[in-house]
Design a protein around this ligand. Structure first.
Ligand SMILES: N[C@@H](CCC(=O)N[C@@H](CS)C(=O)NCC(=O)O)C(=O)O
Length: 207
């Protein structure tokens, strides 16, 4: 059985839970408490070379780290990842863009807001938001002319980017200015098998 190490509010881990649900794959879920430093415990560091979630442990015990790598591995041979090398490279390109231009710029302000540190770290938040808004503007421009990030249907590119983009409001981002992104998020969240970040609160991920 697959085993997913995650944490409750981790957007990177959420991406994996969405795809596992969409693929109908059963898995054991091990939810770590980041506040208690559980990602830094030595037993977990044997599994996760970067001391971070998500980690997917395969049936044969081999771990895969990094959300993008896990998504690409799981999506191989499914409609969520094109077989053709060119569109496949486009999917990969969006995954790199998410990590470089959006993920940290959204995740760090979000964590600071969730932990009540937004006021004292306002300068850091503004610097990260300037980067994040630049990335969001590029995404918006693409989505004003395209329904999906690659080709004519939903792929793991849409899945991967939608996770943190849909959580940006929790990091103090004003998403009202991005009509293309908002409409795309509605399409993404309507995909069969999509699951909210917190199962007991279907609305949380949409805020
Ligand atoms: N690039 C990594 C980022 C993973 C990451 O930042 N994970 C966070 C939670 S979302 C984490 O485990 N942090 C460990 C900690 O704060 O102790 C990925 O996409 O998987």
């Amino acid at each position: 059985m697959l085993r997913l190490y995650d944490s409750r509010l981790s957007g990177n881990s959420w991406k994996i839970r969405i795809l596992l649900s969409q693929l109908g794959l059963a898995y054991d879920r091990v939810t770590l408490d980041l506040q208690k430093g559980e990602t830094r415990e030595s037993a977990f560091r044997q599994i996760s070379r970067f001391s971070r979630v998500p980690v997917l442990v395969l049936d044969d015990g081999r771990p895969i780290v990094e959300s993008g790598a896990i998504l690409l591995h799981l999506a191989q041979g499914t409609p969520y990842l094109p077989d053709d090398p060119y569109p496949r490279a486009e999917v990969t390109g969006w995954l790199f863009f998410e990590q470089a231009d959006l993920q940290k710029a959204i995740a760090v302000p979000r964590v600071l807001h969730l932990h009540g540190l937004a006021h004292e770290r306002q300068q850091d938040i503004e610097r990260l938001q300037a980067e994040g808004y630049a990335g969001l503007e590029k995404l918006e421009q693409w989505l004003l002319g395209h329904a999906w990030l690659v080709g004519d249907h939903y792929t793991v590119a849409d899945l991967a980017l939608s996770a943190y983009v849909s959580l940006a409001g929790q990091g103090g981002y004003d998403m009202a200015r991005f009509a293309g992104i908002r409409e795309w998020l509605v399409r993404v969240h309507g995909q069969r098998g999509w699951v909210p970040l917190i199962p007991e609160d279907g609305q949380a991920a949409r805020r």
